[in-house]
Design a protein. Structure first.
Length: 505
């Protein structure tokens, strides 16, 4: 238990550092240091390599997640499991190659110029090897995390990668490197992912770990039976649907904005998206923790506990999300006072994405509840269905409303998938997360948001940010606290006051 707790603490710290580094780099610095088309090209590379590496991983993460516990005490079969994961990554890379090659022009605009970068065959090869690196990394980390080792991923993703991007951006800004070199080194960072995690594993397991997975060494060890291989195939098939759904759900809007509008609009949309998605960041820790608690409750058939978690998560996340949403939306004057003028095109993107994240938080841990239940497969079908709906909505809205249409389509997709989850949980378990307190909080959030809209803005955007942020805090926090809308929130406020005043429990 001590190892798990230690891993959780370090991972959480690294994750929050990564959030700060990512937001500062992508939302605050990059718009001031790069033209929108260069920002858009970077986001396209991330989206395309992310989609390809997810699709052509063939669901290996699901296989490892479901199979590793079965073979945890069988060293030989564990070795074979990792060898199988790496073999699938290799097969996925070979399969992805022709599809990537023939779709690169369409997906990455290789037939169109981008300021400061030569879109040549060398760059295309480097991007493909980035896909290979992400495939290998997915296989390696999928195995290593099942050994209760998640800190290395948190470090690589949040400290090494995001810190590296920040350093790169600063080097670009002071003209030490140009955009072509920036892109090359940016991709090399991804190439180092599997090298770093493999090195970490080797150090943990000893020198022999380098040769454990050579086929000839495995030949005489325990082989998987026909029944086991059949179960692997089933897990891979379902896992592939899950990863395809997850990656497209994450990157669909970016790819469609590029298809209809272009790289510059991708840069604006992607940047303003960050200001909307910040609303849900505090929910990630709670949602992550809830999975293990809900899994235990389902195992013990404790429906009262499940219902309690569902209700409490909804009200607490809505309160926290509402506070951040008001802080962001009420300070759009300050945000646009800081950002270059062309980013004002994404004004309503922030509103739509923020509302989508707020709705997701208001529905509580419905996604995690289904994931922890025997009906976990429903989440995959809901995501796939929402993607189909999202494609249709994007096709209808982006040509007419531009990036605002993409933001609205994302909002509608989030609402759609969460309504499906709400309905499924209610129909299966006869519980829903909303109470009268939910209505009260929504009314308070709406009223304060309207009030902030009519308050005059200070010309100085920093002073205006402090002014409106303070107004929201001194009205919202005491109001929610004294109305006792959430005991968890009240306990949090009391805990903060005790620490500030130096009082002990």
């Amino acid at each position: 238990m001590g190892v798990i707790k230690s891993q959780s603490i370090y991972s959480t710290v690294y994750s929050y550092i990564g959030v700060v580094l990512g937001f500062v780099t992508s939302a605050l610095l990059m718009p001031k240091m790069m033209p929108t088309e260069q920002i858009g090209f970077i986001k396209l590379i991330v989206a395309v390599t992310g989609v390809f590496s997810s699709i052509f991983s063939f669901g290996i993460g699901q296989l490892l997640f479901r199979s590793f516990p079965i073979y945890e005490d069988d060293l030989h079969k564990r070795r074979r499991l990792l060898y199988l994961a790496l073999k699938i990554a290799f097969i996925g890379s070979i399969t992805a190659l022709p599809i990537f090659y023939f779709s690169a022009n369409e997906l990455l605009n290789f037939d169109q110029p981008t300021l400061g970068v030569a879109k040549n065959m060398q760059l295309l090869i480097l991007i493909f090897f980035t896909i290979v690196a992400r495939l290998l990394y997915a296989s390696l980390f999928g195995y290593i995390r099942m050994m209760n080792n998640v800190v290395i991923d948190a470090f690589i993703q949040n400290i090494f990668h995001k810190g590296g991007i920040l350093v790169l951006l600063l080097l670009f800004y002071v003209d030490i490197i140009d955009f072509q070199i920036y892109i090359v080194i940016y991709l090399i960072l991804y190439l180092l992912f599997p090298v770093m995690i493999a090195g970490h594993y080797a150090m943990k397991q000893g020198a022999m770990s380098y040769t454990q997975f050579i086929p000839r060494k495995l030949r005489n060890e325990s082989k998987f039976t026909a029944a086991e291989n059949k179960e692997f195939f089933r897990l891979l098939l379902f896992g592939m649907l899950t990863t395809i759904g997850g990656s497209l759900y994450l990157y669909l809007d970016t790819l469609m904005v590029n298809y209809y509008l272009g790289e510059s609009e991708v840069g604006i949309y992607g940047t303003m998206f960050l200001f909307g998605v910040i609303v849900i960041i505090p929910a990630r820790s709670l949602k992550s923790i809830s999975v293990s608690v809900l899994s235990r409750a389902f195992k013990e058939d404790d429906h009262q506990k499940i219902s309690e978690i569902y209700h409490k998560s909804s009200i607490t996340l809505l309160i926290i999300g509402g506070y951040i949403f008001m802080g962001v939306w009420s300070n759009m004057y300050s945000i646009f006072g800081y950002l270059p003028e062309e980013f004002q095109l994404g004004y309503y993107v922030v509103l739509f994405i923020g509302l989508g994240q707020l709705f997701d938080m208001a529905t509580g841990v419905n996604n995690e509840l289904i994931a922890a239940s025997p009906k976990y497969r429903l989440n995959t079908w809901f995501i796939l269905l929402s993607i189909l709906v999202g494609v249709v909505i994007n096709v209808l809205l982006i040509p007419r409303f531009g990036i605002d249409g993409a933001g609205l389509a994302t909002l509608l997709s989030i609402v759609f998938v969460n309504v499906l989850r709400l309905a499924a949980v209610y129909l299966i378990y006869k519980i829903q997360p909303f109470t009268l307190q939910t209505v009260k909080i929504i009314f308070i959030i709406a009223a304060i948001t309207v009030l902030m809209h009519f308050l005059p803005n200070f010309e100085n955007y920093i002073l205006n940010l402090l002014y409106k942020g303070t107004m929201i805090t001194v009205i919202y926090i005491p109001l929610v606290y004294y109305l006792s809308l959430s005991q968890d929130f009240n306990d949090l406020v009391q805990g903060v006051f005790r620490k500030v005043l130096g009082k002990k429990d």
